[in-house]
Design a protein around this ligand. Structure first.
Ligand code: GLN
Ligand code: ZN
Length: 757
């Protein structure tokens, strides 16, 4: 029994790569110094895996920004606007990743997208008709050599040809198929060069195979690999899949000439079934992904041993490994100094997962798994009664019935009642919630956390900020106001800290994109609302104005999606527990005189399963009801808003309407308002505020520009249903651009109002 790791986190245990890169961006260190940090991290990671007896250690899993971008550079698929700048190799790469503005030119970055169903983002390669795909880079070769020089024979890793061509954006008239031959040739050349260096195995990652595949996709995949594998130049090729099962192409994969096949037994619901139904080809190695690369819990050895013994009926050539790259979990528990031991022993970050692979290897090789001390200890751990059980919450969730998810009276009735109640003008203006988190806000929070600022002083500081924010909005002339969210560091962490059942880590950073890392909180036990979370701030803000103050909450699906979820109860159960807590807050706000309440579901779209056939059963069937439950108890006069960050929800538009909010605001400006046609075609019922300008850039939109956006919306959304707002919260913006932007927004809305009434 051997062990394999698909990829290892590259940010460094204390985010060394992030800090070095940011220094480099600010010209505080040289490229050589940045490279030195990078090399240290790479060699440290490889050594750690060697010490843990990992048999297949990856190289080239390192990246300065993103692995897909690396692949684009490897294959020469880089838009000319970057290569023409005349920058160094490294700076050209960063220009594509982050954009470039300087003496050599002004170019925007490549688009960024979510990496399958993770919170990691990749850079979308652009391919135009003149792109010539060929092997021009050498990073996999250099990193293989670097590891070899350090005495470790690694398994170089590259993103596969099929996945690369599927993820790329084609800006001309050619498509993936048109580039297939050249791409296959480039990969074949890469195999040849790696073979010359002495590599024995190469891992080719093809996560796109776990998505729904058309017949054409299967042909593309088959064609590519017939070519690539025609001459392997003596290296063995591992086809690595992850994030699901390969039900559409399992037989193809088996019949092609791969030497190893990597399958995901953690997230792939049908993986075991596929092997049982079709067998596994003789003479190939099965790389079984059994240690979860996406979550921080210890592996359940008895479950893993069960899977492996099932598999052993079909093949003897099994390698155990991680279910995907460990990029999606934090580096090491060693830097967590504050976790109680009772909690800590249930956690395994990347480094600890290496230890688990070692233990599993020993257990599985022993012939009598159950008798091994590591197995017995692990079993006891999983049978342990964990703290955080809340019988009352469990019972409430168990008792939910259909009517708990239904708000009455129905939408059209409520809409009438609310029109009469609020008497808002046509095209009411509002913002998404947060106002600029200026340096004074961050400084006050940090002094408060360090104990330098008393609770009383901190709270009066927040009140002062709220009062300024309310006055500012009145001056600008917005219709529905917000308190500004100055008390919040983050829209999930803030609520997590107010909820029982959550645990916070100190150093559990995970790369989100480039140098940006997130530290998701952990759902440890049953969730309940320990205390009112936002009431005092909203109530205070409302007391300062005659206009309506929107209460501001994060929804249950988003809270869950941006946390490490439990594995001992279902996501559905956790979502309902969180929904129960948020519902209590909604009712509390209502009881305290807040008449408009926004429940953000920024991340609703994010965890939609990769396969359409799994959407309902595995996700929407509980996610939408969880949201509905949050607001089904309010009075008809209370207006419920929701907000979503991306408008990539054309395919679930009915479900969004079915959340039954009264108003939804979302991003639309960056996607050229294309979503509006979808709203129209589907007779979208919920009132809507498609963002009229992009808050992700410091640019100030002119009144006319905003007016043009509003005009585009009129006609697609009935005027009585149209709201005017920016496309997301303003917390990352400066005051300098926020104030004039909002003034222009109000002026544009007023103009539109005059013209349409
Ligand atoms: N209410 C939040 C804010 O304005 C929403 C943030 C988000 O959608 N990411 O900051
Ligand atoms: Zn948003």
């Amino acid at each position: 029994m051997k062990t394999s790791v698909i990829g290892y986190p590259r940010i460094g245990g204390l985010r060394e790569l992030k800090f070095a890169s940011e220094k480099y961006f600010r010209s505080e260190i040289s490229a050589d110094e940045l490279e030195k940090t990078a090399k240290q991290i790479r060699l440290y990671n490889i050594d750690l895996q060697r010490i843990n007896n990992i048999d297949f250690i990856p190289s080239n899993d390192f990246s300065f920004y993103d692995g897909v971008l690396d692949t684009a550079f490897l294959l020469g698929a880089v838009a000319q606007r970057y290569t023409q700048l005349g920058l160094s190799k490294l700076d050209t790469y960063f220009a594509a990743a982050r954009g470039y503005q300087g003496e050599k030119g002004d170019v925007k970055a490549l688009a960024m997208k979510k990496w399958y169903n993770t919170n990691y983002h990749y850079m979308v390669p652009e391919i135009d008709d003149s792109t010539k795909i060929e092997l021009v880079g050498s990073k996999p070769l250099e990193l293989y050599k670097e590891a070899a020089e350090a005495g470790v024979k690694t398994k170089p890793v590259v993103i596969g040809a099929y996945t690369f061509l599927k993820l790329a954006r084609y800006t001309g008239s050619k498509n993936a198929q048109d580039f297939a031959q050249d791409t296959a040739k480039a990969y074949s050349k890469l195999l040849e060069k790696l073979s010359e260096l002495g590599a024995e195995w190469v891992q080719i990652d093809e996560p796109s195979l776990v998505k729904d595949m058309t017949a054409q996709d299967i042909e593309l995949f088959t064609g590519l690999y017939k070519n690539i594998l025609a001459d392997r130049h003596g290296v063995k090729v591992l086809l690595q899949t992850y994030f699901g099962d390969v039900r559409d192409c399992y037989d193809r994969i088996c019949s092609l000439g791969f030497d190893g096949i990597g399958l995901d037994f953690t997230e792939g619901k049908k993986t075991l079934e596929l092997v049982k139904a079709n067998g596994f080809p003789k003479g190939k190695l099965l790389f079984a992904g059994v240690v979860n690369g996406k979550n921080i819990w210890r592996n359940d050895y008895s479950k893993t041993v069960g899977i492996i013994s099932e598999l052993a009926k079909y093949t003897n050539d099994i390698v155990i490994g991680t279910s995907c790259s460990l990029l999606h979990v934090p580096c090491t528990l060693e830097n967590e100094t504050k976790l109680a031991d009772e909690v800590r022993r249930h956690f395994a970050y990347a480094q600890e997962k290496l230890g688990e692979l070692g233990e599993l290897k020993k257990i599985l090789a022993s012939g009598d798994a159950q008798a091994q001390p590591e197995f017995i200890a692990n079993k006891a751990l999983h049978e342990e009664q964990r703290s955080g059980f809340n019988a009352a919450v469990r019972e409430k969730v168990a008792k939910l019935t259909e009517k708990d998810f239904v708000r009455l009276p129905e939408f059209s009735e409520r809409e009438k009642i609310q029109k009469a109640e609020f008497k808002l003008p046509l095209f009411p203006t509002t913002t998404i919630g947060s106002f600029p988190q200026t340096a004074d806000v961050k400084a006050a929070r940090s002094s408060f956390r360090k104990g330098e600022l008393s609770q009383e002083d901190y709270e009066s500081f927040i009140e002062k900020k709220i009062a300024e924010c309310v006055a500012l909005q009145e001056e600008i002339g917005l219709d529905v106001l917000v308190h500004g969210e100055f008390e919040r560091n983050d829209m999930v962490e803030y609520f997590g800290e107010c909820l029982d059942g959550y645990i916070f880590t100190e150093k559990a950073w995970v790369q989100s994109y480039g140098t940006r890392c997130v530290k998701p909180p952990v759902v440890w036990g049953d969730i309940s609302r320990a205390k009112p979370m936002t009431v005092r701030w909203s109530k205070y803000a409302q007391s300062l104005t005659d206009k309506n103050m929107k209460g501001m909450l994060t929804g249950p699906v988003t809270i869950l999606n941006w946390s490490f979820p439990r594995e001992d109860i279902s996501l559905r159960e956790s979502a309902f527990q969180i929904a129960l807590a948020i519902r209590e807050e909604v009712l509390d706000l209502e009881a305290n005189g807040i008449r408009i309440i926004q429940v953000d579901e920024a991340a609703l779209r994010e965890k939609l399963p990769l396969r359409k056939s799994d959407w309902r059963e595995d996700y929407l069937d509980w996610a939408i009801p969880a949201f509905r439950f949050v607001h089904s108890g309010v009075k008809p006069q209370t207006q419920i808003h929701t907000h979503m960050c991306y408008s990539e929800f054309a395919d679930i538009i009915k479900d969004i309407d079915d959340m039954d909010a009264d108003v939804i605001t979302f991003e639309a400006s960056r996607s050229d308002l294309t979503i509006l046609d979808v709203l129209k075609a589907n007779n979208f019922r919920t009132e809507a505020g498609p963002g009229v300008y992009d808050i992700h850039s410091p640019r100030i939109p002119s009144k006319d520009e905003i007016k043009a956006a509003i005009n585009k919306m009129i006609g697609r959304i009935p005027v009585q249903k149209l709201w005017v707002n920016p496309d997301c919260g303003l917390k990352t913006r400066g005051v300098e651009e926020t104030v004039p932007s909002l003034k222009n927004l109000v002026a544009a809305a007023r103009e539109a109002r005059d013209e349409n009434s």
